[in-house]
Design a protein around this ligand. Structure first.
Ligand SMILES: [Zn+2]
Length: 454
C-alpha cells in the first residue's frame, strides 16, 4: 500500500490518495489514511506516477540477453521503470528462435517486458501471423537505416528495399490482432552518401555525425513511411521512433492534422542535450541536434503531436563504446534509468510540461501505442500495480554508480537532476526501495497483449 501520496494520472489529474495492491493489481484507491497493507510505503509529500514504460530499449545487443535483462532491468528500477519494450532483430526466422529467447528473458528480467521484432526480409513477413499467434508478440520494427545494409549485415540474399516494406505494411494491415509498427525514419540513400563524403574529407567530431544525418533525411523518410501506411490503411499503430529533428516533428504534426494515424516518439537525449554538449559517449543514430530542435521537440511533446518518450537504451562499457574517432566505436548509449528524472527535471521543473503530461508521455501513451493499456500505464483499480513514488525535490548528480547499469559511463554524468524515484513497485511488489534494488532476476514477466481469437 502506498500511503498518502499525490497520485498523478493523465486521466484524472492530481489527487491525494492511498493506493492498495492485491495479487499484483491495484485493488483500491481511497482517501489518505483509510487503507492498510502488509507493506506500507509512506508517500507523504511525494508523487505517485504510473510505472515508467520505456518502449525503446535494446537489451542483449552487444552482450548476451541473460546478462543484460538482469543488469539493465536493475538499472531501470532505479529510475522507476517497470516495463521495457526490447527491440531486436535477427537475420533468421523468429519462429525458430523465439522460444529460447523468451525463456532467457523470463528467467532474467527483474521488471516486466515485451518484444518488438525487426522485419528484415520476406520470410519475416510470412511469419507475422505465427509470431502473433504463438508468441503474443504484436509489435514489429521497420529499419529504414538498414535499407542498403541488410544483406551484408544480416547475411541475407538482398537488401531491405521498399518492396519488402510494402509487403509487411500490407501484411500488418491485414491482421485482426491490433499491432504496432515502429519505424526508424532515415533516408539511407542520402545518409550513406553524406557519410562517405564526410569520411573522405576527414570530418571528425560530433558535428560530423550530425551532418551525415541531416534533419530533412529523417523528415522525408518519416513522411514517406507514414504515407505507405496510409496507402494500405494501416494506422494501428504506425509509430515513428526517436524523432530527433524539428522538421520531422512539424511534418508529422501536419500529417496528424490531415488525419494520418501516426504516433511520434522522441528520446530523452534529444530533449536534454544539444550537439555542442556531445562527444563520443553520445554516438547515437539519429544524432542529437540543435537547441532549436530541442525546443521544438519539447513544444510538440507538450502539445500532443509527440506522444511518447523512450531512450534507445543500449548498455556498453566505455572501452567498448569509444572508438578512435566519431566514426569508430559502438552506436547507442544507456539512459533508461534517467528517463523519468530528466522529464521531471528538464520538463516539469522548467515549465515545459505539466505533471500529468509527464505521466502520459513516460507511461500511459506508450501503453496505448503498444496495446499494453489498461493493464499497464494506468493508476486505476484492476490495472497492474506498477507504481513509482517520486521525491520531486531530491537533487542528485548522475553517476554510473547511481544508475546500476552494466555501463560504466553515463551520458548525463555530473548533471544535477531533481526529481528521483524513492520506490518502484512492480505488480504490487516493492522492487526498489530508496537505493536498494529488491527485485531478483526472474521476478519480471512478459506482458501478454490482446491477440484476436484468444
Ligand atoms: Zn533504437
Amino acid at each position: 500500500m502506498i500511503a498518502g501520496g499525490t497520485v498523478v494520472s493523465p486521466q484524472q489529474g492530481r489527487f491525494e490518495a492511498d493506493v492498495a495492491a492485491d495479487d499484483g493489481r491495484i485493488s483500491r484507491i481511497a482517501s489518505p489514511g483509510t487503507l492498510d497493507g502488509e507493506t506500507v510505503v509512506d508517500a507523504t509529500d511525494r508523487y505517485v506516477f504510473p510505472g515508467v514504460i520505456d518502449p525503446h530499449v535494446h537489451h542483449g545487443l552487444f552482450r548476451p540477453l541473460d546478462a543484460e535483462a538482469d543488469t539493465e532491468s536493475r538499472s531501470g528500477l532505479v529510475g522507476g521503470v517497470t516495463t521495457t519494450g526490447n527491440i531486436f532483430r535477427r537475420g533468421e526466422p523468429y519462429t525458430e528462435i523465439m522460444d529460447g529467447y523468451a525463456a532467457t528473458a523470463e528467467a532474467n528480467y527483474r521488471h516486466d517486458y515485451f518484444f518488438t521484432l525487426g522485419l528484415l526480409y520476406d520470410e519475416h513477413v510470412a511469419e507475422i501471423p505465427e509470431i502473433i499467434a504463438d508468441h503474443g508478440v504484436t509489435s514489429f520494427k521497420w529499419y529504414g537505416n538498414y535499407k542498403l545494409q541488410a544483406a551484408e549485415r544480416f547475411d541475407l540474399d538482398r537488401n531491405l528495399l521498399d518492396d519488402v516494406a510494402d509487403r509487411f505494411v500490407q501484411r500488418l494491415a491485414g491482421q485482426e490482432t491490433p499491432t504496432t509498427l515502429a519505424y526508424h525514419a532515415e533516408n539511407a540513400e542520402i545518409t550513406e552518401r553524406l557519410t562517405a563524403e564526410l569520411q573522405a574529407a576527414g570530418a571528425d567530431g560530433y558535428e560530423a555525425i550530425v551532418e551525415k544525418f541531416p534533419g530533412y533525411a529523417e523528415a522525408q523518410a518519416a513522411v514517406a513511411g507514414a504515407n505507405l501506411a496510409r496507402q494500405h490503411g494501416y494506422d494501428d499503430d504506425f509509430y515513428v521512433v526517436h524523432v530527433s529533428s524539428r522538421r520531422t516533428a512539424a511534418d508529422l504534426a501536419e500529417l496528424q492534422s490531415l488525419g494520418y494515424g501516426v504516433t511520434a516518439e522522441t528520446c530523452t537525449h534529444y530533449l536534454a542535450l544539444t550537439a555542442e554538449e556531445c562527444d563520443q559517449r553520445m554516438r547515437i543514430n539519429p544524432p542529437v541536434r540543435s537547441q532549436a530542435d530541442q525546443d521544438a521537440l519539447w513544444r510538440h511533446l507538450r502539445e500532443g503531436t509527440i506522444d511518447c518518450v523512450g531512450t534507445d537504451h543500449i548498455a556498453n562499457t566505455r572501452d567498448e563504446k569509444l572508438g578512435e574517432d566519431i566514426w569508430d566505436g559502438l552506436w547507442g548509449s544507456p539512459s533508461s534509468a534517467t528517463m523519468l528524472p530528466l522529464v521531471l527535471s528538464e520538463g516539469v521543473r522548467e515549465g515545459r510540461l505539466s505533471l500529468e503530461r509527464a505521466a502520459a508521455v513516460t507511461s500511459t501513451n506508450a501503453a496505448k501505442a503498444y496495446d499494453l493499456y489498461p493493464k499497464k500505464g494506468a493508476i486505476r483499480v484492476g490495472s497492474d500495480a506498477d507504481l513509482v513514488v517520486v521525491d520531486p525535490d531530491e537533487t542528485k548528480p548522475v553517476t554510473p554508480d547511481l544508475l546500476r547499469s552494466a555501463a560504466d559511463y553515463a551520458m548525463y554524468e555530473g548533471r544535477e537532476v531533481t526529481g528521483w524515484p524513492t520506490h518502484t513497485v512492480v505488480r504490487g511488489r516493492l522492487a526498489f526501495d530508496r537505493g536498494d534494488v529488491l527485485a531478483d532476476p526472474g521476478d519480471g514477466t512478459h506482458v501478454d497483449r490482446p491477440v484476436a481469437g484468444r
